[in-house]
Design a protein around this ligand. Structure first.
Ligand SMILES: [Zn+2]
Length: 411
């Protein structure tokens, strides 16, 4: 078993947290901002100090590379992201990048010659301040300039941000890797939930990053005088819509745990104190870990909406509003994480990731996997985000030994 240099890793996290530090102990390094660029310069310096090769691709992804003795070997990737959300924390993303760098540094110092090249990578804009998963989607060739318009920053925001980083559209397209040259991808991340902490478990092994399905549901009844229409003669669209919200949330808890659902937006027409609502439109979203579970949720939840509409004498219009397929992690990678955790005497459990990560992109093209370490009180995307030093070290050691094991299995 190899062990990372804990002091060095923790000191690195402390130093990095000073770049973009906020007054309340948090960190703000929005992708493509000045603070992000300062973080990038620091990372480049740190890669060189580690005696590793530094690379930057056309999408602004930054890498530390440790080459093996076979020039035509595949490359095994490990990483995460250095950018944060507004007023974010010290660990989300930063931990995964610095732990990957520390793993390569440890392997280099141990003098191991593995059958693959190793690359610790920091992906551009995981959080989507400008364009969600900009770096990892560029690397797998899934990002096209047409998608710039549908980003949080809008087309202008993306182009301005790219210019600040010295990136071009040609460069971004050129960041696409030949997937045949890649052996796999692993990522260490804080949990951003309280499941591990509450169970007292050291390591969470992600089986899948959940898929999301979105629909607009419109219940239609009849507008009428809210005073003179007897209660038993109403076709009130909001009665049906509210019954649906209640019953759908029950159904998901009883039949689809740990899946989740949400109605986040609701509008009633005509919209007045004294008119029975004739039309109620809901934004309806649900998430689960496998395509099968997501499909079953969809069948049962939409059937429930139909049944309720009929029971209340209402019409129902169902419009798909997009979503994402679940990103399944690779069984060999999950097994290697488990074996490493066992060898290190750490407890582990399999779980779903309800938040998006760069591993989602990579899982589309190479065997990928992710582990979580506990977040105190489940807090993240906040200055109060905290993970204990011993959990950081445990996670980094599992990452390190998993890289070594997979290097020989996935070459
Ligand atoms: Zn993250």
């Amino acid at each position: 078993m190899l062990h990372i240099n804990a002091e060095r890793l923790l000191a690195g996290l402390d130093t990095l947290a000073k770049i973009g530090a906020t007054s309340d102990g948090g960190v703000e390094r929005l992708a493509m901002s000045e603070a992000d660029m300062a973080g990038r310069r620091w990372f480049k310096q740190r890669v060189k100090e580690a005696g590793l090769e530094f690379h930057a691709d056309g999408a602004g992804n930054l890498s530390a590379v440790l080459r093996c003795s076979k020039p035509d070997a595949k490359t095994f990737l490990a990483g995460s992201h250095l950018d944060t959300v507004p007023n974010g924390g010290r660990y989300d993303g930063a931990l995964g990048v610095l732990a990957a760098l520390e793993a390569l540094r440890t392997i280099r110092e141990a003098g191991l010659d593995l059958p693959v090249h190793l690359e610790a990578i920091s992906f551009t804009d995981e959080e989507g301040s400008v364009l969600y998963l900009f770096g990892s989607r560029s690397l797998i060739g899934e990002l096209q300039p047409e998608q710039f318009q549908n980003s949080r920053g809008g087309e202008r925001g993306v182009l301005d941000g790219m210019q600040r980083l010295g990136l071009s559209i040609e460069g971004m397209l050129g960041a696409r890797r030949d997937t045949q040259s890649l052996a796999g991808y692993v990522e260490l991340h804080i949990e951003q939930g309280a499941r591990l902490e509450e169970a007292g478990t050291n390591i969470g092994i992600v089986t899948s990053i959940v898929g999301i399905s979105d629909f607009w549901l419109t219940f239609t009844g009849k507008a009428n005088h809210a005073g003179t229409t007897p209660m038993d003669r109403r076709a009130d669209a909001l009665w049906g819509a509210s019954a649906f919200v209640q019953q759908a949330s029950q159904l998901v808890q009883t039949e689809f745990s740990p899946g989740v659902m949400n109605v986040g937006e609701i509008s009633a027409k005509p919209g007045a104190f004294n008119i029975v609502p004739a039309e109620v439109k809901l934004s309806f979203e649900f998430r689960h870990g496998t395509p099968e579970a997501l499909a079953q949720m969809q069948d049962q939840l939409l059937a429930l909406a139909e049944k309720i509409a009929a029971a209340y004498g209402l019409g129902l219009k169902i419009e798909p509003a997009g979503g994402y397929a679940p990103a399944l992690m690779d069984e060999r990678v999950m097994a290697a994480f488990e074996a490493s955790a066992d060898d290190l005497g750490l407890t582990h459990t399999r779980l779903l990731s309800f938040a998006g990560h760069d591993a989602e992109s990579l899982s589309h093209v190479v065997p990928s996997g992710m582990i979580f370490v506990p977040s105190v009180a489940g807090i993240s995307h906040s200055p109060r985000e905290f993970t204990h030093s011993h959990d950081i070290v445990h996670g980094a050691n599992v990452l390190l030994n998993t890289i070594v094991e997979l290097a020989t299995k996935l070459d």
